[in-house]
Write a protein that binds this ligand. Structure first.
Ligand code: NDP
Ligand code: 2IT
Length: 445
C-alpha cells in the first residue's frame, strides 16, 4: 500500500469530501506497516474495498411545519461495511450533515465496532434537518417522514441504527414507531429505545461513561487514578452528560461545558443539582449557557471561545468533529493536560493529535474512547434477541469490562519502544485486522 497514492486517487474520486478524506488518511497511515507485512491483504484489494461504502442510500425528506408550510431536507444512510456483523451506527440530525460527514462517521464506525469485540458492521445516517427550535410535533413528523424512506433498508440482522447528534430517545422512539407500523414487527431494529420497551437501561449514559472508563484505564497504565483530577468537557449533550456524571462519581472535578456559542467555566465544579438544572434547560429546547451563568453566579460564560484554554489534567471533547485545533492542543499541553479522551467522533484535528503524540499526552481516539455507546447498543441487541432485560448494574459492568478490553487491545498494538502508548495507532490496527481477516475469509464480494 502506498498511502500518498491512495489518497490522491480517493481525492480525485471524492473531491471536497474533507472529513471523509481526513478520517481515511489517519487510518491508512496507522496501518500501512502491518498492511505491507501481509501481502494477502494487498492481493485481495482489502484497502481499496474498505475505503468505499458498500452502499449509500440518499433520499428527500418532505415534512410540514406547525404553520402548514412544507419543507424538504436531505436524508442518507451510508452502509459502509458488514464483514463482521449487520450494519450498525447512529443517525445524526444537524445542519452540517452531508455525505462527507456521514462517510467519515460510517468509516470510523467500522473500526470502533470491531474494537468492541461484538458482531457489528459499520454504518451512519442522518439528515441536514436542524431539530433546534422545532416543536415536538414537527420533530415527530420529520422522524416519520425520514423512516418512510429508509425502513426497507433496515432490519435487526441487516442494519440497526441508533442516536447521534440531534437524535436521542425521543427521535429513536418516533422512528422505531413508524418502522413498527410499516413492518408490523416489534424487533431490535433500533438501539437507544425507551427503557420500558426494549432499551438498555444505561444506553443514554453509556458513551460518556465509557469515555471516562477509557481515561481511567489510560491513567491506570501509568499508575494514576482519576481522584482529584481537574477535567474540561465540551458540549452538553448526551455524551457530555454521561461523562460529567461518571467523572464526578470517580472523584474528578468538572470545570466546563460548552455549546456552539461559547463555554461555561464554573470554578465550583459542575455536579449534582447543576447537572439536573442543565438537563431541564436542554429538555425545554433552550440555550443553556446564559441561564446557567445567571443561576450559578460564580460561573462565567466565555462567548465565542472553546474550553481548551482552561487549565486541566484531563480533556474530554464531547461535541463535534474538528472542535479542537492545533492552538487548543498547544494550550492544553502548556497547561499540563495529561489525558485527552474523545467522547465525540474525530473532535481533534490531525495537527492537534500530532502535538499530543509528540508531547506524550495520553490520547484516546474516539473510535476507542467513545466505543462504549455502540458497545452498549450491541448489548441491547443481544437482550432484544434473547427477549430479556438485564439490570443496569449488569450492563454497566459489561460496559466497563469492554472498555478495559478495548484499552488493552490498543495498548497491545500501540506500545512504543520507550513505553509510551500511541492509542491512535493501536486502535486503528486492532480495529482493522479483525475486519480485514473477515473480508479475506468471505472472498471478493
Ligand atoms: P447531542 O446532540 O446530544 O449533543 C451535542 C452537543 O454538542 C450539544 O450540547 C451541542 O450544543 C454541542 N455542539 C454542537 N456543535 C458544537 C460546536 N460547534 N461547538 C461546541 N459545541 C457544539 O449529541 P451527542 O452527545 O450524542 O454526540 C456528541 C458527539 O459524540 C458527536 O461527535 C457524536 O458523533 C459522538 N458520539 C455519540 C454517541 C452517542 O451514543 N450519542 C456515541 C459515540 C460518539 P447545542 O445543543 O447547543 O447545539
Ligand atoms: O458514533 C457512535 O458510535 C454512535 N453514535 C452510536 C452508534 C450506535 O449504534 O449505538
Amino acid at each position: 500500500m502506498n498511502v500518498d497514492k491512495l489518497m490522491i486517487d480517493l481525492e480525485k474520486k471524492h473531491p471536497g469530501e474533507v472529513e471523509y478524506l481526513q478520517a481515511v488518511k489517519e487510518v491508512l497511515e496507522s496501518i500501512e506497516e502491518v498492511y505491507n507485512q501481509n501481502p494477502q491483504f494487498e492481493a485481495a484489494g482489502i484497502i481499496e474495498r474498505l475505503v468505499e461504502p458498500d452502499k449509500i442510500i440518499t433520499f428527500k425528506v418532505p415534512w410540514v411545519d406547525d404553520q402548514g408550510k412544507a419543507h424538504v431536507n436531505l436524508g442518507y444512510r451510508v452502509q459502509f461495511n458488514n464483514a463482521i456483523g449487520p450494519y450498525k451506527g447512529g443517525i445524526r440530525f444537524h445542519p452540517s450533515v452531508n455525505l462527507s460527514s456521514l462517510k467519515f462517521l460510517g468509516f470510523e464506525q467500522i473500526f470502533k465496532n470491531s474494537l468492541t469485540t461484538l458482531p457489528m458492521g459499520g454504518a451512519k445516517g442522518g439528515s441536514d434537518f436542524n431539530p433546534k427550535g422545532k416543536s415536538q410535533q414537527e420533530i415527530m413528523r420529520f422522524c416519520h417522514s425520514f423512516m418512510l424512506q429508509l425502513w426497507k433498508n433496515l432490519g435487526p440482522d441487516t442494519d440497526v441504527p441508533a442516536g447521534d447528534i440531534g437524535v436521542g430517545g425521543r427521535e429513536v422512539g418516533y422512528m422505531f414507531g413508524m418502522h413498527k407500523k410499516l413492518t408490523g414487527e416489534h424487533t431490535g431494529v433500533f438501539t437507544g429505545k425507551g427503557r420500558n420497551w426494549g432499551g438498555s437501561l444505561i444506553r443514554p449514559e453509556a458513551t460518556g461513561f465509557g469515555a471516562v472508563y477509557f481515561a481511567q484505564e489510560m491513567l491506570k497504565a501509568q499508575g494514576e487514578t482519576l481522584e482529584g483530577k481537574i477535567a474540561t468537557v465540551s458540549g452538553f449533550g448526551n455524551v457530555s452528560w454521561g461523562a460529567i456524571r461518571k467523572l464526578n462519581q470517580l472523584g474528578a472535578k468538572v470545570m466546563t461545558i460548552s455549546g456552539p456559542d461559547g463555554y461555561i467555566y464554573d470554578p465550583d465544579g459542575i455536579s449534582g443539582e447543576k447537572i439536573d438544572y442543565l438537563l431541564e434547560l436542554r429538555a425545554s429546547n433552550q440555550d443553556i449557557a446564559k441561564p446557567y451563568s445567571y443561576e450559578f453566579s460564580n460561573a462565567q460564560f466565555h462567548e465565542g471561545k472553546r474550553p481548551w484554554e482552561v487549565k486541566c489534567d484531563l480533556a474530554f471533547p464531547c461535541a463535534i468533529q474538528n472542535e479542537l485545533d492545533e492552538n487548543d492542543a498547544k494550550n492544553l499541553v502548556k497547561n499540563g493536560c495529561k489525558v485527552v479522551s474523545e467522547g465525540a467522533n474525530m473532535p481533534c484535528v490531525p495537527e492537534a493529535i500530532d502535538i499530543f503524540l509528540e508531547n506524550k499526552v495520553l490520547y484516546g481516539p474516539g473510535k476507542a474512547a467513545n466505543a462504549g455507546g455502540v458497545a452498549t447498543s450491541g448489548l441491547e441487541q443481544t437482550q432484544n434477541a434473547m427477549k430479556l432485560s438485564w439490570p443496569a448494574e449488569e450492563v454497566e459492568e459489561k460496559l466497563r469490562q469492554i472498555m478495559i478490553n478495548i484499552h488493552d487491545a490498543c495498548a497491545k498494538y500501540g506500545k512504543e519502544s520507550d513505553g509510551y502508548i500511541n492509542y491512535m495507532k493501536g486502535a486503528n490496527i486492532a480495529g482493522f485486522i479483525k475486519v480485514a481477516n473477515a473480508m479475506l475469509d468471505q472472498g471478493v464480494i
